[in-house]
Design a protein around this ligand. Sequence first.
Ligand code: HEC
Length: 137
Amino acid sequence: MKKLIRYLAPLTIVLIAAIFIYNIVTNGYIQHPGKTSYQKECAQCHGDKGEGIKSLIPPLIDADFAIQNIDSIPCWIKNGLNHPITVNGKLYDQPMYPISIDEIQTANIINYISREFLKNKTEVNSAWVKEKWNNCP
Ligand code: HEC
């Protein structure tokens, strides 16, 4: 048994390393955990690259409104957002409906959009999301 473990352990490490490298080669980078959730819950409106849709859906790319109000994003996801807003100088006034996802997915999505689109170093966790949810307006 001990012998088996002695041989299997290095093999497992090599296997994990191979999967790791395979991922980097095929995806270009290790996929962010928020990416799949973003694509499922947000991308149909805000776009794969956060570009938004014309004058209907605001962009997330370098969105000044999101950068300035990052603390409010959990409540927008939970309760929706429905009043005129100005994003990067353009006015938007279509409703964003509430999205039912848990605090872990919400934190992952916020971290993903912060890094990919808002070019912001913010890293949040599920406890932060819950605290914001408890204080939604
Ligand atoms: C059904 C389409 C739709 C979906 C799905 C959607 N949004 Fe929105 N989102 C909107 C619209 C429309 C607005 C503008 C709301 C307003 O004017 O009150 C908005 C506004 C925003 C804003 C603030 C404006 C900006 O561009 O900075 C953020 C941030 C945001 N959404 C993030 C998200 C995230 C994260 C998700 C996924 C969890 C998501 N949205 C899913 C339509 C959508």
